[in-house]
Write a protein that binds this ligand. Structure first.
Ligand SMILES: C[S@@+](CC[C@H](N)C(=O)[O-])C[C@H]1O[C@@H](n2cnc3c(N)ncnc32)[C@H](O)[C@@H]1O
Length: 390
């Protein structure tokens, strides 16, 4: 993660523009004054820089709004050093060079690409947690008529596969850096013929973090076309049993089960487990039902005059729960030039989201952009309006 330890020689004035960055405002955590966020924009991507004012002052990107590709963070950090004429004490940021493989106009798509134009003109296969991408790239090369969508949350794996896409001129593979459990809510019904989940992290101690859950299986059934397949491959007997029981608790289903089946290409993890002579379990769900189409919610705006500082202070640190979900009012910040900033974790317990809200005068907006238009996020949005009204 790019970061700089520094000592500023000049105070920054906001808003301002320097180099390729625009710094809009600075906000201070009302409970921990050493923590500040700077609203930043580079090449039309908005995010926060996080300042930690302890002995060795540190500046880095905020995790929730962290932009992709990483050179945007490098640019903003270096621009902040120039803006404050800072002495750099230590740093792992040396230049802000673009990595041509990481352009979001290539195979790597921002999540908004899928909310606005989910591709529906071709047969679609999805791989969740593709890791080294060996299976995904092999499949894409073998089936040029199919559009493959690879979902991963591990940046270095995404970068590795983007290089493969570019070197091998693959044009039927899109990647997205997003939590697969949330992504599934955006996929149109009956549009996918295969979903691969190969060697997911077993999360034996934190089962709520597993990709497979009741909600995930329901979403998979909805997005799969008739005879579409959800394929789980795992070395963990525990994960296999848990997935089998979750599937069986749902309804009448068509399943295929295999032990130590060989497939055309073995992934990096599979090679590792085979060397250790571990058993490999395959559990495949074959969809037999057509699902109704679902309209995604569109309106994520807030009514005017929702900004009430004392209400925000009362909510700060609290959690409210509602049907299938929760809102945790995690942190409150005072914006130096007026207004407040609220950080939330919210959504369903199995797949929480993190969001920021900016309150200024009579307007309330999400930062850096509205949440992804999933039904769960819409429930949270409506609930938020009620709770902010008090
Ligand atoms: C054990 S690795 C397996 C990688 C690959 N499928 C293989 O067989 O070599 C699991 C991968 O799933 C990714 N992952 C975990 N949770 C995820 C989620 N919720 N959404 C997308 N990817 C996820 C991890 O980053 C990791 O790369």
């Amino acid at each position: 993660m790019p970061h700089i330890h520094l000592q500023e020689r000049k105070a920054a004035q906001f808003p301002c523009r320097i180099g390729t960055s625009r710094f809009e405002f600075i906000a201070t955590n009302v409970n921990h004054s050493q923590e500040q966020l700077i609203a930043t924009e580079v090449e039309q991507k908005k995010f926060f820089l996080l300042l930690k004012n302890d002995a060795k002052r540190l500046i880095k990107s905020d995790k929730i709004t962290r932009p992709s590709p990483t050179y945007l963070i490098h640019s903003a950090l270096l621009d902040y050093v120039t803006l404050t004429d800072a002495e750099v004490l230590s740093s792992n940021v040396h230049s802000a060079e673009k990595n041509i493989h990481l352009q979001e106009d290539g195979a790597l798509k921002p999540i908004t690409f899928f909310t606005k134009n989910f591709p529906t003109d071709r047969d679609i296969h999805i791989e969740i947690g593709f890791g080294s991408g060996r299976h995904l790239v092999h499949q894409a090369l073998e089936h040029p008529d199919v559009l493959f969508i690879g979902i991963e949350i591990h940046r270095p794996s995404i970068e590795q596969v983007l290089k493969q896409i570019s070197i091998q001129h693959i044009d039927n593979l899109l990647l997205v850096d997003y939590d697969a459990r949330l992504f599934m809510e955006l996929v149109p019904s009956n549009s996918v013929s295969k979903i691969y989940v190969h060697f997911p992290v077993p999360w034996d101690k934190k089962p709520h973090r597993r990709v497979i859950s009741k909600a995930f299986i329901e979403e998979s059934i909805r997005v799969l076309n008739i005879n579409g397949r959800l394929e789980l491959r795992t070395d963990s007997e525990n994960y296999y049993m848990y997935s089998y029981e979750t599937l069986m608790s749902l309804r009448q289903l068509s399943l295929e089960i295999h032990k130590n089946r060989s497939i055309a290409i073995s992934s990096k993890y599979e090679d590792r487990w085979r060397l250790m002579e571990k058993n490999i379990y395959d559990l495949t769900l074959i969809n037999t039902e057509e699902s109704p189409q679902r309209d995604l919610p569109r309106d994520f705006t807030f009514p005017e005059n929702l900004y009430d500082p004392s209400r925000l202070e009362a909510l700060n640190g609290t959690t409210s729960t509602f049907d299938e979900g929760f809102i945790h009012y995690e942190r409150l910040y005072a914006i130096e030039s007026g207004g407040m900033l609220l950080r939330l974790s919210c959504g369903s317990f199995e797949r929480p989201e993190h969001l920021y809200l900016i309150f200024r005068d009579d307007t309330t907006i999400y930062f850096p952009q509205e949440p992804i238009a999933t039904p769960t996020n819409y429930k949270v949005h409506q609930r938020l309006i009620k709770e902010l009204h008090g």
